[in-house]
Design a protein around this ligand. Structure first.
Ligand code: NAD
Length: 468
C-alpha cells in the first residue's frame, strides 16, 4: 500500500515538465515525456511479451486482472489524491476521485469474469463451424483528461483479458494519474505486458502510425479521432473511437420536476460537466418548463464547488485553461443570444483556479452555440418546446450521437421517444449511467466500436473461424 507521497515519488521526474493543480496553480509533480525512440522501445517490448501473455489463456489472465483490481483497492487513497490534485475533481464526495478509482477495480474484475466461449455457428451433417476470438497483438490506448484513470482501465482491461499487450498514451494534461495507476497495476502484472508513453499529440500520432501496433483504442475529441484514422491507415490498425458528444435530454410533460431534478443535475454536471456522455442540452415541455428550471436551480444551489481536498465540495474546477475559455465563451454567446441566466454565468476574475460557476441558461434558441456545440463544462442550456415532434427533431439535429435521455412518468410514452432518439445509448429517467456489463459506444461523429461487456472483449480480438 503506497502513501500519496510514495506514489508521487514513483511517477514524478524532477527534470520533466511541471503539471499544475487546476484548483490552485500549485505544482503537483513533473512528467518525463517519451521520445520517439522510447515509444519504439515500448512497442517492441510489448510485442515481445505478447505471445507468452496470450499463451497463459483466459483463466490465468483473469487471475491477473483480479490481482490488479486488488492492487488498485489497496492503493485507492493514494490514487484518489493524485487524481484529485492533477485533474481537479473532489476526492470523496459525489461521483468524484474515490468513485473513479473504485470504478477501475470494478471494470478490471468485470472484464476478468465475462464468459467468452467459442460460438458454434453450424453443427449438422454438413460439418461444424466455430467462431473463436483470438488476440490482435499490441493495442495502443490513447486517452483524455476528464476521467483519466477510469478510461485507461476501460481500454486496458478488455485488451489484456483478450491476450493483447498494451501501450498507453495518456493525455498531456493528466499524465501523472495514469502513470500512478499503471505503476500500481505493474506491481502485479508480468513485465512488459503494460507500458505507458507520456507525451502530447505527437506521441499519440507516432503510436497511431506505428507498424508494431495492431489496434488503437481512442477516447477524445472527434477532430483527433479523424486524425487517428488517417495515421492508422497505412498500417491498417483497427480502431475503436469514443469521440465527443452533445447529449440531448427530452423532458416530457408528465414528469414530477422535483423528483427528477437531482438526477437531471448529476446527468449534466457530473465531473463539473467534463464527461463525454453528460447531458449537454435539455429540451423541456412548456407545461413543466418553469417548474423544471426552478427545481434545477434549487439543486444547483446545494452543490458546493471548490478545491477538491476540502471535504464539503462536490464540484471542482475545469481541468485546464483551454476548456475554461471554451465554457466561458459559450456562456457569453448564450447571453448575447438572448439566454436568461438562471444561476451562474459570472466567474470571479483573478482567482487562482479554473473555477467556472455552475450555470443554467434558459430560453435559448436551438441554434445558439451553447446548444449546438459541446461545452464539456458546467453550463447547461434549457430549451422550451411545445410539440414532442419538435423536441425529437432538435435532439436528432446534430451530427453527434453518444448518449441521450428521455424523462417521463409513462413508460410506454418514454420508450416511444427513446426508440426515435439517435444515440449509442438512450437512458430513460437517468443520464450517463454506465455499467461494465452493458456495451457503450457512439454513432454519427461520436465514433464507432463498442466498449464493455462481451462486445467490448470482441472488439479487442480478431475473429477466427474454425470449420470442418
Ligand atoms: P483530445 O482529442 O484533444 O485528446 C485526446 C488524446 O489524443 C490526448 O491523449 C492527446 O494527446 C491525443 N492526441 C492529440 N492529437 C493526436 C493525434 N494527432 N494523434 C493521436 N493522438 C493525439 O481530447 P480531450 O480534450 O483530451 O478530451 C475531450 C474530448 O473527448 C471531448 O470531446 C469529449 O466528449 C471526448 N470524450 C469522449 C469520451 C467517450 O467515451 N466517447 C470520453 C471522454 C471524452
Amino acid at each position: 500500500m503506497s502513501t500519496y507521497q510514495d506514489l508521487l515519488a514513483a511517477v514524478t521526474d524532477p527534470s520533466g515538465r511541471e503539471i499544475l493543480d487546476p484548483a490552485t496553480g500549485e505544482v503537483v509533480g513533473s512528467v518525463h515525456e517519451s521520445t520517439v525512440a522510447e515509444l519504439d522501445d515500448a512497442v517492441a517490448a510489448a510485442r515481445a511479451a505478447q505471445p507468452e501473455w496470450a499463451g497463459l489463456g483466459h483463466a490465468k489472465r483473469s487471475e491477473y486482472l483480479h490481482r490488479a483490481a486488488d492492487a488498485v483497492e489497496a492503493n485507492a487513497e493514494a490514487l484518489a489524491e493524485l487524481l484529485s490534485r492533477e485533474q481537479g475533481k473532489p476526492i470523496k464526495n459525489g461521483p468524484n476521485a474515490a468513485f473513479e478509482v473504485g470504478a477501475c477495480a470494478v471494470w478490471l474484475r468485470a472484464n476478468a469474469d465475462f464468459p467468452l466461449e467459442p460460438e458454434v455457428l453450424v453443427d449438422d451433417e454438413s460439418g461444424r463451424a466455430e467462431l473463436h476470438y483470438v488476440p490482435l497483438g499490441v493495442v495502443g490506448a490513447i486517452g483524455p483528461w476528464n476521467w483519466p484513470m477510469m478510461i485507461t482501465v476501460w481500454q486496458v482491461a478488455a485488451s489484456l483479458r483478450m491476450g493483447n499487450t498494451v501501450v498507453v498514451k495518456p493525455s498531456e494534461y493528466t499524465p501523472l494519474s495514469v502513470l500512478g495507476l499503471i505503476h500500481v497495476l505493474n506491481q502485479v502484472l508480468p513485465a512488459d505486458v503494460l507500458h505507458v508513453v507520456p507525451g502530447g499529440g505527437e506521441v499519440g500520432k507516432a503510436l497511431s502510425e506505428h507498424d508494431g501496433v495492431d489496434k488503437i483504442m481512442f477516447t477524445g475529441s472527434t477532430k483527433t479521432g479523424q486524425a487517428i484514422m488517417r495515421s492508422a491507415a497505412d498500417g491498417l490498425a483497427r480502431l475503436t473511437l469514443e469521440l465527443g458528444g452533445n447529449d440531448a435530454g427530452v423532458v416530457l410533460p408528465d414528469v414530477d420536476p422535483q423528483a427528477i431534478a437531482g438526477d437531471l443535475f448529476w446527468g449534466a454536471f457530473i465531473n463539473t460537466g467534463q464527461t463525454c456522455a453528460a447531458l449537454k442540452r435539455l429540451y423541456v415541455h412548456e407545461d413543466v418548463y418553469d417548474s423544471v428550471c426552478e427545481a434545477l436551480v434549487g439543486v444547483a444551489q446545494q452543490m458546493p464547488m471548490g478545491n477538491g481536498r476540502e471535504e464539503q465540495n462536490v464540484l471542482g474546477p475545469l481541468q485546464n485553461k483551454q476548456q475554461y475559455d471554451i465554457v466561458a465563451g459559450l456562456v457569453e454567446d448564450a447571453k448575447q443570444g438572448g439566454g436568461r441566466v438562471l444561476i451562474g454565468g459570472d466567474p470571479e476574475p483573478d482567482q487562482p483556479g479554473y473555477f467556472y460557476p455552475t450555470t443554467l441558461v434558459a430560453d435559448l434558441p436551438d441554434d445558439n452555440p451553447l446548444v449546438a456545440q459541446e461545452q464539456f463544462g458546467p453550463a447547461l442550456p434549457i430549451i422550451k418546446y411545445s410539440d414532442v415532434e419538435d423536441a425529437i427533431r432538435m435532439a436528432n439535429g446534430l451530427d453527434v450521437g453518444l448518449g441521450a435521455s428521455v424523462w417521463g412518468s409513462d413508460p410506454d410514452a418514454a420508450m416511444a421517444v427513446a426508440q426515435r432518439l439517435e444515440a449509442g445509448t438512450v437512458w430513460i429517467n437517468k443520464h450517463g449511467a454506465v455499467d461494465p456489463r452493458v456495451p457503450f459506444g457512439g454513432i454519427k461523429s461520436s465514433g464507432y466500436g463498442l466498449e464493455f461487456g462481451v462486445e467490448g472483449l470482441k472488439s479487442v480480438a480478431a475473429s477466427k473461424v474454425i470449420s470442418r
